[in-house]
Design a protein around this ligand. Structure first.
Ligand code: 2DT
Length: 212
C-alpha cells in the first residue's frame, strides 16, 4: 500500500495574534480525529543554533543583523531531515512561525530587501498551507503589554506587519488570511476546516520546495 504523507501547515502572524494557542488547539483536534499530528516551532531554541538565537532574542548577546538572519534560516534547515521523515511517515506538522517570519522580521530592519532575506530559505519544504492570523496592530497592543524580548515594540511590529502583507502577494504560496480578532473557538473552527481540506489534498502530492 502506498503510504500517505502528512501535511505541512504553518501559522504566521504578528505577536499577540494567538498563533501558539491555535497551533496547540489544531494539533489536539487533529489527534482527536485520529490523525498523527505534531507541533513544531521556529525558532527551535533547543538546538545549539537555537540557543544562540534565544540568547540574542533575550538580549543576553548581540549578533550582527545578517548573521542572526542566517542563523534563523540555519535553524530551519537543521530540522529539514526530521520534518521530511515525519511527513513521509504520515504525520501532519503544525508549525508555529516559519521562513515568512524570518523574512518579515529581518526585512523590517533598515537596509534589508525582501529578496535578500528570502534567499537562504529558498528550497525549504514548502508548506501546503500558510494561515496568517490577521490582527491590526492596535488590537494586538490592546491584548496587553509587549514582552521584553527583542522586536517586541509596537513600531517594529507595524513594519513587520507591512512586510507580511508584501509576502502575501506571492501566489506561489497557499496563503489564507484568518481574522484573529474573533474568539479563540471561532478562529479555531476556521483553522481546523482549512487544515482538514488541505490534508486530503496534500496526501496525493509530493512536498514542494519553497520559493523555487
Ligand atoms: P517567539 O518564540 O515568541 O515566536 O518569538 N523571528 C522568528 C525572526 O526574527 N526570524 C525567524 O526566522 C523566526 C522564526 C519573531 C521569536 C521571535 O523571533 C522572530 C519573534
Amino acid at each position: 500500500m502506498l503510504r500517505i504523507r502528512g501535511a505541512l501547515i504553518v501559522l504566521e502572524g504578528v505577536d499577540r495574534a494567538g498563533k501558539t494557542t491555535q497551533c496547540q488547539k489544531l494539533v489536539h483536534a487533529l489527534q482527536q480525529s485520529g490523525r498523527a499530528a505534531e507541533i513544531m516551532r521556529f525558532p527551535d531554541r533547543t538546538t545549539k543554533i537555537g540557543q544562540l538565537i534565544s540568547s540574542y532574542l533575550e538580549k543576553k548577546s548581540n549578533l550582527e543583523d545578517h548573521t542572526v538572519h542566517l542563523l534563523f534560516s540555519a535553524n530551519r534547515w537543521e530540522m529539514v531531515p526530521l520534518m521530511k521523515q515525519k511527513l513521509e511517515q504520515g504525520i501532519d506538522l503544525v508549525v508555529d512561525r516559519y521562513a515568512f517570519s524570518g523574512v518579515a522580521f529581518t526585512s523590517a530592519k533598515p537596509g534589508f530587501s525582501l529578496e535578500w532575506c528570502m534567499n537562504p530559505d529558498i528550497g525549504l519544504p514548502k508548506p501546503d498551507l500558510v494561515m496568517f492570523l490577521q490582527l491590526n496592530p492596535n488590537m494586538a497592543a490592546n491584548r496587553g503589554e509587549f514582552g521584553i524580548e527583542r522586536y517586541e515594540t509596537s513600531a517594529f511590529q507595524r513594519t513587520v506587519h507591512q512586510r507580511f502583507e508584501e509576502l502575501m502577494q506571492d501566489s506561489s504560496v497557499n496563503w489564507k488570511v484568518i481574522d484573529a480578532a474573533r474568539t479563540i473557538e471561532e478562529v479555531h473552527k476556521d483553522i481546523k476546516r482549512l487544515s482538514e481540506d488541505i490534508i486530503s489534498l496534500a496526501q496525493n502530492q509530493p512536498v514542494g520546495e519553497l520559493w523555487r
